[in-house]
Every structure is written in structure tokens, then in C-alpha cells.
Design a protein around this ligand. Structure first.
Ligand code: FES
Length: 155
């Protein structure tokens, strides 16, 4: 069964006809060629597929595409500045040397983006807790946490 979904994707109004069983992650990657959100575990455990829906970070692998009807979706591709330059949180990851293989980074940045909006000056414990749903297969957590702290210190 197919369903039409209309939503805002990275600032643009879009429409897509999707199989009702399709995940949001599949729709983003296959129908919109947005390959920033990654498929890691595909069961809502690793956070590599994180995107913002109405400002909240969610695992797009376990969120049906049909559910975004009428909502606003932001992927890693949508958080750069209007002139194409990196958003502050993205630049902080670069400056802190927090990117190793890069697979988890879109999800880490999406989660960090939402977290810093809610808590602009967090403690290290709060940063760790906020990113506890995002796994890094390189185990590069220290630099990732430092990147979030760097972004917070620049606010
Ligand atoms: Fe979605 Fe792992 S791929 S949480």
C-alpha cells in the first residue's frame, strides 16, 4: 500500500509517494538522495540515522516515512548555513578533530544540535548523557565530547 506524504525537508516543501512499510531513513536515502543519515544497526540502537523531526532528534530507521506527513524534517545536509558554510556545531567537530571514519558523525551532530539548543552550557556529564544513544564504532568518544564542549563554549 502506498501513501502520499507532504512535509518540509531541509527547508523545502516536498511530496513523496511511499510504501507505508518504508522507514524514514529509506525514504531519505533512496527517494531524496540524502545519504548523510546512515544505516548502522537498523533497530534504533546506534543513532547513526538520527534526524530532527520538528526539532527533536529521532532514529529514522525505526520511524515510518508515512509519519512525517505535515512535519518538518532536518537532516545533516540541512543544518549548514545558508551560504553553504558549516554550522557552528559542524565546525566544532572539525576543529576538535572529532571525526575518524565519519560514519556516526551525522547522527552525533544532529543529537548535539538538539541538545545544545536545550542546554547551551552543559556539564561534561550532561554531554555524555545526551550522546549516550549515539555509538561510535571507532570509540572516538573523547574528541566527540570535546567537540560538543567547544561548540558550547563558543555560544
Ligand atoms: Fe537507526 Fe542504528 S541505524 S539507530
Amino acid at each position: 500500500m502506498q501513501q502520499e506524504v507532504q512535509f518540509t525537508l531541509n527547508g523545502e516543501a516536498v511530496t513523496c509517494i511511499v510504501d507505508v512499510r518504508k522507514s524514514l531513513l529509506e525514504m531519505l536515502r533512496e527517494d531524496f538522495a540524502l545519504i548523510g543519515p546512515k544505516e548502522g544497526c537498523d533497530v534504533g540502537e546506534c543513532g547513526a540515522c538520527s534526524v530532527l523531526i520538528d526539532g527533536q532528534a529521532i532514529d529514522s530507521c525505526i520511524y515510518l516515512a508515512a509519519w512525517v506527513d505535515g512535519k518538518t524534517v532536518t537532516t545533516i545536509e540541512g543544518i549548514t548555513n545558508a551560504d553553504g558554510s558549516l554550522a557552528d556545531i559542524q565546525q566544532a567537530f572539525v576543529d576538535a578533530g572529532a571525526v575518524q571514519c565519519g560514519f556516526c558523525i551525522p547522527g552525533m551532530i544532529i543529537s548535539s544540535q538538539q541538545f545544545l539548543k536545550e542546554n547551551p552550557h552543559p556539564s561534561r556529564t550532561e554531554v555524555r548523557r545526551a550522546l549516550s544513544g549515539n555509538m561510535c564504532r571507532c570509540t572516538g568518544y573523547q574528541k566527540i565530547i570535546e567537540a560538543v564542549e567547544l561548540a558550547a563554549s563558543e555560544k
